[in-house]
Design a protein around this ligand. Structure first.
Ligand code: SAM
Length: 235
């Protein structure tokens, strides 16, 4: 996992402030840019993530890095009582709906042990300052047997698709995002921020170290995104 370190890819302690201020700025156009740049596929991926963590006995969920609330709304539609948590007040302010929203960081969750039946996080892991601390916090607030489901970007395995994806993600997305949001810096950060993502092996190791069974990883969108599901071991 690359820790970043330059102006566009800061490392801790600067990263948290940088990420917070960036999402505060792009909040008003965030959902529009997402829909356009994923051709609407992100809604399908979120639904698949929610399918994987919900089911009988899942009544209470937490969404970390909830942003403007796409996953919160999807969980709520399935009848799950969900709390959204994010560090950006700008993103939380855009989110409508009656579900509780909390401004806090995933690295220090303001909830008691074993509070939730499921925890989700969409496109947020690479923005966390300390993913290991977030995963440990998720394990603490999840009930044993509860599922943690993550949606994140990924790099396609097929070489041809990978080249096309690389051009799209690094050249086209910054232009579309910059035009729609008027924030060119934020949408230059987006493709570069994949360097913060754990490798598949690191995902497994981190989650197991933090108290989960080895995770399942599902590639979606021809490998441009991934869903990682891990079940909380009994303490
Ligand atoms: C790319 S957005 C994703 C929003 C939403 N989950 C979605 O799927 O559209 C990432 C979100 O994670 C939040 N975030 C980043 N680091 C965080 C942290 N350490 N704790 C809580 N939220 C964080 C950001 O403020 C931002 O709203």
């Amino acid at each position: 996992m690359n820790q970043g370190g330059d102006a566009l890819l800061p490392s801790e302690p600067a990263k948290q402030k940088y990420v917070q201020s960036m999402f505060d700025r792009i909040a008003p156009s965030y959902e529009l840019v997402n829909r356009v740049m994923t051709f609407g596929l992100d809604a399908r991926w979120r639904s698949r993530l929610v399918d994987a963590v919900t089911g009988a006995g899942v009544d209470r969920a937490l969404d970390i890095g909830c942003g403007t609330g796409d996953l919160v709304r999807e969980l709520s539609r399935r009848g799950v009582g969900v709390t959204g948590l994010d560090l950006s007040m700008g993103m939380l302010a855009i989110a409508g709906g009656a579900e509780p929203r909390v401004q806090a960081v995933g690295e220090a969750l303001p909830f008691s042990d074993s509070t939730f039946d499921a925890v989700t996080s969409g496109f947020a892991v690479r923005n966390f300052s300390d993913p290991r601390r977030v995963f440990a916090e998720v394990a603490r607030v999840l009930k044993p047997g509860g599922r943690f489901g993550v949606l994140e970007v990924a790099t396609p395995r097929n070489p041809l698709i990978r080249v096309g994806h690389q051009i799209y993600f690094s050249k086209v997305v910054p232009v579309i995002g910059g035009l729609l949001s008027k924030d060119h810096t934020a949408y230059r950060y987006l493709p570069m921020s994949v360097v913060y993502l754990p490798s598949p092996q690191e995902w497994g190791r981190l989650l197991v170290d933090c108290g989960f069974f080895p995770p399942t990883r599902i590639r979606v969108g021809m490998g441009a995104a991934q869903i990682v599901i891990a079940e909380r071991r009994a303490a």
